[in-house]
Design a protein. Structure first.
Ligand code: TYM
Length: 320
């Protein structure tokens, strides 16, 4: 089984990325041939600062390794190092209906937020389809927000297969938590572009500050607190044991405890959850040259997996 996923270097990895994708990706590396990449070409649609792009790319690699990505079992690489992806993206774009891309929520959301409607932003899902199809991927662990992009990938693969015969495998998304995205500090989906993130390896004081700043309603201390839509519970669910989670939920419903108390419990749980990873992060952060070497090595191994697929595709469409 081949497993593939990517993350954009538009910022540092946060709890949404971890519980939406990275955790599953790391677990899945035990079960098959895993390919994980830093989607720097996708990030170019929004990041205009070259230094930030370089910095975030390396930091994401360090965070992923610290969280348990094994660079021997998995390939970890930069998307832009796999040069055939851009070629494949172009070929896929020639069969992609405009209407398919016009329906994409992520594009519409980005426009609504005031982003410039570039061709790259519009064709973002085609590049993503190239990422996935170039490796004959079977399973793609992603957060729920990427579900539509996986549907687009399958539609494009079907279109090519209808036109040229069986060229591409149809990938399956693997979505851990279908019901909800991990909420951010304002209760909306945690997202680098909303400024509501909790980064995995923030220092203690700024992390505490962010958690204590989680937006809550004005229910008085003594009254029961609503559990539906609570960002505190929505995050705590992932970092606490089931019994600790049940206890906090019961405390919400019982009343008599304030949000400050719940936030302190949440901070302690987040801090403890990532403690072992924080330790192993130091080792990678102290050796950036080794991280760069791992990325280069990952790119060489990943490229070799694209060769048979690209040859099959070029033959099928008449380029060979
Ligand atoms: P990106 O960088 O936005 O996010 C990386 C992964 O984290 C998940 N995620 C979340 N999951 C749950 N709750 C949240 N609040 C949350 N925020 C982010 C995302 O769903 C994603 O799985 N387009 C992709 C990158 C990409 C890619 C690919 C992924 C490029 N090519 C090919 C898979 C396959 C993206 O923007 O991810």
């Amino acid at each position: 089984m081949r497993i593939l996923s990517g993350i954009q270097p538009t910022g540092l990895p946060h709890l949404g990325n971890y519980f939406g994708m990275m955790k599953s990706a790391i677990e899945l590396q035990e079960t098959g041939d895993a390919l994980y990449f830093i989607a720097d070409l996708h990030a170019l649609t929004t990041v205009r600062d070259p230094e930030a792009l370089r910095h975030n790319t390396r930091e994401i690699a360090i965070d992923f390794l610290a969280c348990g990505l094994d660079p021997v079992k998995s390939c970890l690489f930069r998307q832009s190092d796999i040069t055939c992806i851009s070629e494949l993206s172009w070929i896929l774009s020639t069969v992609t209906p405009m209407g398919l891309l016009e329906r994409c929520h992520s594009y519409k959301d980005k426009l609504a937020k005031g982003l410039h409607a570039s061709l790259g932003l519009f064709s973002y899902p085609v590049l993503m389809a190239a990422d996935i199809l170039a490796y004959d991927s079977d399973v793609v662990p992603v957060g729920r927000d990427q579900k539509q992009h996986l549907e687009v990938t399958r539609d494009i693969a079907v279109k090519i297969n209808e036109l040229y015969g069986e060229v591409f495998k149809l990938p399956e998304p693997l979505i851990r938590d279908e019901s909800a995205a991990i909420p951010g500090t304002d209760g909306a989906k945690m997202s680098k572009s909303y400024g509501n993130t909790l980064e995995l390896f923030l220092e203690e004081a700024p992390l505490k500050k962010k958690i204590m700043g989680i937006q809550t309603d004005s229910t008085p201390v003594e009254a029961p607190k609503p559990i539906e839509g609570s960002a505190i519970l929505g995050i705590y669910r992932h970092v606490a044991s089931p019994s600790d989670y049940a206890e906090m939920e019961a405390d919400f419903l019982a009343g008599g405890k304030g949000y400050g108390d719940f936030k302190k419990r949440l901070f302690a749980a987040v801090w403890e959850y990532f403690a072992p990873m924080r330790e192993s992060r130091k080792r990678f952060a102290d050796d950036p040259a080794e991280v760069d070497r791992l990325l280069r090595d990952g790119a060489v191994r990943a490229t070799s997996k694209t060769l048979p697929v690209m040859e099959r595709m070029r033959r099928a469409i008449g380029l060979l």
